[in-house]
Write a protein that binds this ligand. Structure first.
Ligand SMILES: [Zn+2]
Length: 188
């Protein structure tokens, strides 16, 4: 089956990435529609976006959709994506430092401290509740993606030294964003 068409990824420092996403209602799960999207189509296109960009996680705000939804797939075959709606993170335990990147902040990588294990509660696309226990990389992906739903980027959680190391790449992204914004304004 051919993949759906990928969506454009919202890039740092677009302020949309700093907004808190909203939970889906039972009525939206029942209708299969929210935020102007058919949920099945949104998930398909987010999957295509995540695989196309070779990511292991993607949150809805990263494709400009302010809903509490993210995808994750840490499988080697890239065929085990799970869509998590209205996630809740519980029983966060332990602490682990590891390097992270983000599809919205290309080429920037830095070490972030995260809980080593947690319990994820969420809803599937039909609104059915499910739970899973995660540790290490999967727990890290869940925390990173869940942060996106609260408007939090991983670069706000890295140390001063790491931020200093990445400052040129961040500044370049900021310049690109300003340029794009100016071009859009002119085009009006
Ligand atoms: Zn990210």
């Amino acid at each position: 089956m051919p993949l759906a068409e990928p969506l454009p990824i919202v890039l740092y420092p677009d302020p949309f990435l700093n907004q808190k996403a909203r939970a889906l209602t039972d009525a939206e799960f029942a209708s299969g529609k929210a935020g102007g999207w058919n949920l099945a189509e949104l998930v398909d296109r987010m999957k295509a976006t995540m695989y196309d960009a070779e990511g292991i996680g993607l949150a809805a705000p990263q494709v400009g959709v302010g809903l509490r939804l993210f995808l994750m797939d840490i499988s080697e075959n890239r065929d085990a994506a799970i869509a998590v709606f209205n996630p809740e993170l519980l029983d966060m335990d332990g602490s682990e430092d590891a390097e992270e990147g983000c599809l919205s902040i290309p080429d920037v990588r830095a070490s972030v401290k995260r809980a080593q294990s947690l319990k994820l509660k969420g809803r599937d696309i039909r609104g059915e509740p499910f739970e899973l226990n995660a540790e290490d990389l999967l727990a890290r992906v869940i925390q990173h993606e869940n942060d996106h739903l609260d408007g939090i980027l991983f670069i706000t959680k890295i140390g001063m030294a790491a931020k200093f190391m990445q400052r040129r790449k961040l500044a370049a992204l900021e310049d690109d964003y300003e340029l794009l914004k100016r071009r859009k304004t002119k085009g009006k």
